[in-house]
Each structure stands twice: as C-alpha cells, then as structure tokens.
Design a protein around this ligand. Structure first.
Ligand SMILES: Cc1cc2nc3c(=O)[nH]c(=O)nc-3n(C[C@H](O)[C@H](O)[C@H](O)COP(=O)(O)OP(=O)(O)OC[C@H]3O[C@@H](n4cnc5c(N)ncnc54)[C@H](O)[C@@H]3O)c2cc1C
Length: 220
C-alpha cells in the first residue's frame, strides 16, 4: 500500500509524532467519514466547501450539479486541498490551555479531472452510493442518461496526504495534577437512529437490513 512521501507540503510540523503518512492509516479515516471539506482559491478568494466523497484506490470521487462552482474549479485541474475530520472525544484538562480534542484527521492534496463517459460516471456514482450505504446501488433505480448529463462527477487523484491523530487523556503541566478539578475525556460517537419512513412510502415496505441496522466500520 502507498506511503506518501513526507514533503514541505504534507509534513506535520506541529506535534510531528501525531503525523502519519501511510495509506493503511489514512484511507480508513477517509472511508469512515461521510463528508469532506474541499478547499480551493478562486481569484484570490479562498472557499472551503463541504461535500460527499468516496474513495477507490488512490482516488476520491466527488459529484454535484453541473453549475457547481466547486466542480467547475476542480475540472480546471487547479490544485485542491481536501480535509476530513473524525471527532473522538473532548479532552478536558485541568487548564483551559491544555484542553483539546481527540481526533483522526486527514489532509489531502490533489488534482481533479472531470469524468466524461457514462461508464466512468456510473462507476464513480456506484462508489459514492456504496460509500454511504453498502448495497444501496442495487436497491435503487439507476440514473437515467438525463440525470447523468445533469451531474458532474470528478475524480481527484491523491497526490499527497497526511493523517494527524490524537488519542488519550489530557496532558497537564505537572503542578496542575494536584488541583481539585475533574479532568479526563468525554468520548464522542456518531450514532444512527431508527429509520423514519417517508410519509409517501408505498404500502407494505420496511427498511432493508442495511438501513435498519446501519453501521460504519471504524478506522483504527
Ligand atoms: C478536531 C480538531 C481540533 C483541533 N483544534 C485545534 C486548535 O484549537 N488549535 C490548533 O492550533 N490546532 C488544532 N487542531 C490541529 C490543527 O489541525 C493543526 O494540526 C494545527 O493547528 C497545526 O497547524 P499548522 O498549519 O501549523 O500545521 P503544520 O504542522 O505546519 O501543517 C503542515 C502539514 O501537516 C499536515 N497537517 C497539519 N494538521 C493536520 C491535521 N489536523 N490532519 C492531517 N494533517 C495535518 C498537513 O499536510 C499540513 O499541510 C485541531 C485538529 C482537529 C482535527
């Protein structure tokens, strides 16, 4: 599996021991997350736009309406920075200064290309759909050519990436450990609740197993 070269672009400088560059660490974080944030600069103005992503090998897929500024920018092949964050806990130290969060985050640098053929687009949309709910592609009506024409799908090659991971309890300054202040971690877990039927649901339908008992595998 890929290990991204440490360069001036992706090298974690602040607390470097939290940095990881191997795809074995980075890709499961990408795969667990439901959304990413895409950063780009257009005419000197930075934008950071949240959107759905999915990964296949060393590529990310994004999609949207034809008119989307983000996708038009990506199609131009200009550089992108994509971030993904999974939040694992509030780290409550004895001082505000040492209080923090436990997290697994990824920063990706890449370049996009627009997918032109129906074949490529449909394959990428399958990956995007399956990323959200495994098995959903086969359970839904496939897109028509009109729908495919109205959708821009881009592939972003991951050229460089890093992960930064914080785990564990707060790290207070020595003299603070004696203070009568509670300290520790408040864990955070994303929870999926019972599905809610569409009010227009046809009679006799119940949620399939992959939705009724939805789970996402957790990256390490
Ligand atoms: C949930 C969360 C909360 C945070 N809260 C704070 C906060 O309050 N204050 C604060 O200063 N920092 C916070 N951080 C850490 C923050 O993301 C940066 O790592 C930190 O601010 C250092 O920034 P820098 O530009 O100096 O990093 P540098 O280490 O100089 O960045 C160099 C390169 O390292 C990589 N890198 C940096 N940060 C990350 C990251 N988080 N994930 C993956 N790769 C990374 C990128 O490739 C980047 O280009 C938080 C992170 C997360 C995920």
């Amino acid at each position: 599996m890929t290990t991204f070269e440490k360069t001036s672009l992706n090298k974690v400088r602040r607390i470097p021991e939290r940095g990881h560059y191997d795809a074995g660490t980075i890709y499961p974080i990408i795969d667990e997350a439901l959304i990413c944030h895409v950063g780009f600069i257009e005419n000197g103005q930075p934008f950071v736009i949240p959107t759905i992503h999915a990964r296949r090998e060393d590529k990310l897929f994004l999609h949207g309406a034809k008119a989307s500024r983000l996708l038009k920018y990506i199609a131009s092949g200009e550089p992108l920075c994509i971030t993904i964050t999974l939040l694992d806990g509030l780290v409550l130290a004895r001082s505000t200064f040492e209080s923090s969060m436990n997290y697994r985050s990824v920063v990706i640098f890449g370049q996009g290309r627009i997918l032109e053929t129906y074949f490529e687009k449909e394959a990428a949309l399958t990956v995007l759909t399956e990323h959200l709910v495994k098995g959903r592609w086969n359970d839904t009506r496939p897109p028509t050519t009109k729908e495919l024409d109205a959708t821009t799908v881009v592939e972003v090659e991951i050229l460089s990436a890093s992960a930064k991971i914080r785990t564990g309890p707060p790290v207070d300054v020595d003299e603070d450990y004696e203070l009568p202040i509670w300290a520790g971690v408040l864990p955070i877990q994303q929870q999926y609740l019972a599905p809610i039927d569409d009010p227009k649901l046809a009679d006799g339908l119940t949620p399939p197993e992959n939705i009724a008992h939805y789970t996402r595998s957790r990256a390490k």
